[in-house]
Design a binder for this molecule. Structure first.
Ligand SMILES: C[S@@+](CC[C@H](N)C(=O)[O-])C[C@H]1O[C@@H](n2cnc3c(N)ncnc32)[C@H](O)[C@@H]1O
Length: 230
């Protein structure tokens, strides 16, 4: 995939679909190709400024030994930052082995301090059996799940994976955002929509709109949210 193909269209799409026929596309191949064929720094979701996620993380006051699960981590530099900040219990998971290999190789020796899990969030196997975590971090992953059953799988996994009093950071395209990214349709969210998906067992601690600037300069509005499980 050419980096420019990560540009995003703005169309209206506000509800999940239960009737869409099974798509032929292999999401694993799609994402593996994106990471294999582009420099990571040119990918449309590459972040050099991690401050929105770190601001929410700081609000949790979690200890450095907290168990942190970064879902759909890809090759994000957030993992490098958490590791260098002294967090000792980081798990990076993604459907794309290519992305995690890239992350692992960039971390070098430090990768020994990170657990890597290749798995599909909407058809999980390994992730079903992990010990519950203190913090689930998702930036730009959930919004790729357009079908109701995909969203249900995602939230079922999330709810079972978080400890009591644990936290969730969800950073997704907001309602003013684009509806396509990386060549795939996306489902946009408000904080109210995320609260509804999480249910009464989670309370909203903080949220803000944030406009992300893509590597080639286009702007993408996100909603950042921090929830805590009761
Ligand atoms: C837009 S990228 C964001 C990557 C990373 N969170 C970041 O902020 O740089 C979306 C990521 O979600 C991963 N992904 C997509 N569908 C997935 C699935 N079903 N299960 C696990 N990961 C998935 C992709 O491989 C990709 O790394």
């Amino acid at each position: 995939m050419h980096p420019e193909n990560n540009s995003c269209d703005t169309n209206d799409k506000s509800s999940c679909s239960s009737s869409t026929p099974k798509e032929e596309i292999s999401y694993k191949n799609h994402w593996d190709n994106a990471y294999a064929n582009n420099p990571v720094e040119k990918l449309g979701w590459y972040e050099s400024d991690l401050s929105p996620t770190l601001d929410l993380l700081n609000k949790t006051k979690l200890s450095k030994t907290a168990r942190i699960l970064n879902v759909g981590a890809g090759a994000t530099t957030l993992v490098d930052k958490l590791e260098s900040d002294g967090y000792t219990n980081i798990i990076a998971t993604d459907i794309s082995k290519v992305s995690l290999d890239h992350l692992k190789s960039r971390l070098g020796n430090h990768s020994e301090r990170v657990e890597f899990i290749i798995d599909d969030l909407i058809n999980p196997s390994v992730l079903l059996n992990i010990e519950p975590v203190d913090l689930w971090i998702d930036r730009a992953v959930l919004h790729f799940f357009n079908k109701c059953e995909e969203q249900d799988e995602y939230f079922n996994l999330l709810k079972k994976s978080i400890k009591k009093d644990g936290y969730v950071i969800l950073a997704e395209y907001n309602l003013n955002g684009a509806t396509k990214c990386a060549g795939l349709p996306v489902h946009r969210y408000s904080k109210e929509m995320l609260q509804e998906k999480l249910g009464d067992g989670f309370k909203l601690i903080n949220s803000f709109d944030y406009t992300y600037t893509m590597p080639h300069g286009h702007l993408r509005p996100y909603i950042y949210t921090l929830f805590q499980k009761d």
